[in-house]
Ligand binder design. Structure first.
Ligand SMILES: CC(C)(COP(=O)(O)OP(=O)(O)OC[C@H]1O[C@@H](n2cnc3c(N)ncnc32)[C@H](O)[C@@H]1OP(=O)(O)O)[C@@H](O)C(=O)NCCC(=O)NCCS
Length: 178
């Protein structure tokens, strides 16, 4: 668990998700999905039950190349970063992540701290050597943030997302862990 100061001097806690977080986490992720078109799913497609979410959290704990971190502000879950990685030997060094912050808390630095902590953990695993992500080309805050954190553009997945009948390119970015 780490305590960090946000741009507005509020204190944020970043810690691993625990089983008891499952219910609140589901509500927060649904809300984030409802507030943005930048995630890969719509709010009503996020149908995980409490038990399924608990299982995902437990699997992250048990894994040596996956992690599920939460951002906690005033005892509430306001953001998350979830790293997924392949378990096959030839791909175990690769991970990708999903990240989201409740809209009322955007631009305070929460995602920056989530990514920073995730990268510290990734280096410590001694397994992960590359973090990949895909970001919609119109997600300007996301692209700005990822570049600031050291991610480099590696390509474009044309028509990577279909949002309410309109195609968007997805920018592929990566960061080497050395
Ligand atoms: C992307 C997201 C996670 C960022 O979270 P956040 O906590 O607001 O991020 P931060 O405050 O750490 O950083 C945001 C940065 O974007 C910048 N920014 C905001 N709007 C911007 C815009 N329109 N153009 C360029 N930069 C912008 C901010 O100024 C800030 O940069 P700075 O600290 O250098 O000034 C959040 O907006 C979110 O949850 N979006 C919906 C879900 C999503 O997009 N997930 C990622 C999918 S790849």
């Amino acid at each position: 668990m780490v305590h960090v100061k946000l741009k507005n001097n509020q204190e944020l806690i970043i810690r691993e998700a625990e089983k008891d977080d499952a219910e609140e986490l589901i509500i927060s992720v649904k809300k984030i999905a409802d507030e943005t078109t930048f995630l890969t799913f719509e709010a009503d497609e996020f149908t995980l039950t409490k038990t399924e979410e608990e299982k995902i959290i437990a699997e992250s704990h048990a894994s040596d190349n996956r992690i599920f971190l939460l951002a906690i502000l005033n005892d509430k879950i306001v953001g998350f970063i979830k790293v997924d990685a392949n378990q096959k030997k030839r791909c175990k060094h690769l991970a990708s992540f999903g990240i989201g912050v409740l809209k009322e808390h955007w631009n305070k630095g929460i995602a920056k701290h989530l990514i920073q902590e995730m990268l510290k953990w990734a280096k410590g695993t001694q397994i992960l050597r590359k973090i990949n992500l895909g970001v919609q080309s119109n997600n300007l805050a996301g692209i700005h943030l990822y570049k600031k954190m050291g991610f480099q553009e590696e390509g474009t997945e044309r028509r990577g997302a279909l949002i309410y009948g309109e195609f968007y390119d997805v920018i592929l970015m990566g960061l080497l862990i050395d």
